[in-house]
Design a protein around this ligand. Structure first.
Ligand SMILES: NC(=O)c1ccc[n+]([C@@H]2O[C@H](COP(=O)([O-])OP(=O)(O)OC[C@H]3O[C@@H](n4cnc5c(N)ncnc54)[C@H](O)[C@@H]3O)[C@@H](O)[C@H]2O)c1
Length: 360
């Protein structure tokens, strides 16, 4: 079967995408790299032996032999770039956060439905084997009802991190720690527990002199009635990410590796020896697949070949942005926010505060 022919746009985190594609070279061939900074693109092309280089996304859209354009560009460009790629009839991979509003997310869902291309937002943390094992235990009916979950995203960002001009500003980063950093940890939570019913959030900017928040505390109620507590800071001298899910039959606890806590080891402790035996039996049937970006791209190729659902869909990204919208709405109004959020909600068109400086 022909290899999937991919172009990578943006040479920051795009490097991690290129590393992952290299590991899947039997299935995927990277044929072009693109960056506004042509020297950066040329450097990447040399390192990764990619034949074509350009600084213009439109050039990629005109390449007839290209199947997928992978957007690793800053968030404020995603909405138009995704539409441009779909209009060219190609598949899109796009880094998080997908776009800056639910209105834009819904417009992309409509654009995808009307085009032959498909859109896969990035949520590579989903594919760590620890989290996948919990997903498997829940699917096998071993976990039982969810009671309470806690998520801690305690990372460290120093002033130099904000030297990149688009970071730290509402207009260009579109949000702070809730949007840019904890979005993965919160997606991992909803990946397991499903949709959210209500949200209360407080945010603060205490670590760096930036516009957007770098600390947050959030209380959630899920549609199944279970509760969750989320804490986020970019000022933790020791970095950790930790998930703890308390279910009727078991507790699941991640490791605390800040940027890889969905990988193993995770601890699964049953309420009784009988549950422990069921956990063991279910995990004996667990099928380990590749993780992180490689894991997401591996499943992407498989889904395209089989015509099945993508490993992450626009609906998943919309759900993540719906939670973001609710958290910012709650933080800005001081109110509990009820989901789902539809067209009639005041923040359907975006969560940016009214007082954002023009031009960010
Ligand atoms: N999934 C993750 O874990 C993860 C990690 C880091 C960043 N990200 C996301 O990836 C995106 C990029 O972040 P980054 O840290 O790599 O940013 P960056 O600023 O380091 O790199 C972005 C690159 O894109 C290029 N670029 C910008 N606009 C372009 C355009 N229109 N055409 C071609 N090239 C263009 C820039 O020149 C730059 O080289 C952001 O949305 C960010 O949130 C995701």
């Amino acid at each position: 079967m022909d290899k999937l022919r991919v172009a990578v746009v943006g040479g920051g985190i795009g490097k991690a995408h290129l590393d992952a594609y290299l590991k899947l070279s039997e299935e995927i061939e990277v044929v072009a790299v693109c960056d506004l900074d042509l020297a950066k693109a040329q450097g990447l092309a040399e390192t990764y032996r990619v034949p074509r280089v350009t600084r213009d996304l439109a050039d990629l859209c005109r390449m007839e032999d290209l199947d997928v354009i992978d957007l690793c560009t800053p968030p404020q460009g995603h909405f138009e770039q995704i539409q441009q790629v779909l209009a060219a009839g190609k598949h899109v991979v796009c880094e998080k956060p997908l776009v800056g509003s639910l209105r834009e997310a819904d417009a992309l869902i409509a654009a995808e439905a009307a085009s032959q291309g498909r859109v896969m937002p990035i949520f590579q943390y989903r594919f760590g084997r620890g989290l996948q094992k919990l997903k498997h235990l829940v699917a096998q009916g071993v976990a039982g009802r969810a009671y309470l979950s806690t998520v801690e995203t305690a990372w460290r960002r120093r002033a130099s991190y904000y030297d990149v001009p688009w970071r730290g500003k509402w207009q260009t980063e579109l949000g702070g720690a809730l949007l840019s950093h904890a979005i993965h940890a919160h997606d991992m939570l909803t990946y397991i527990l499903g949709s959210t019913k209500s949200v209360f959030a407080r945010t603060a900017t205490r670590v760096n002199p930036i516009e957007v928040e770098d600390c947050a505390s959030v209380s959630l109620e899920f549609s199944d009635g279970s509760l969750a507590s989320l804490s986020v800071t970019l000022g933790s001298p020791q970095e950790i990410t930790r998930h703890r899910f308390c279910f009727e039959n078991l507790v699941a606890e991640s490791n605390t590796e800040p940027y890889n806590n969905s990988a193993e080891p995770w601890r699964f402790v049953g309420d009784t020896p009988e549950v422990d035996a069921r956990i063991g039996a279910a995990l004996a049937r667990f099928e380990p697949l590749p993780e992180r970006y490689e894991g997401q791209f591996f499943r992407f190729v498989r889904a395209l070949r089989q015509g099945s659902a993508l490993p992450v869909t626009l609906a998943d990204a919309r759900a993540s942005l719906e939670l973001v919208t609710a958290m910012y709405d709650s933080a800005q109004t001081g109110q509990d926010v009820t989901l789902p959020i539809g067209e009639d909600h005041p923040k359907y068109g975006g969560w940016l505060p009214q007082t954002v400086p023009a031009g960010g």
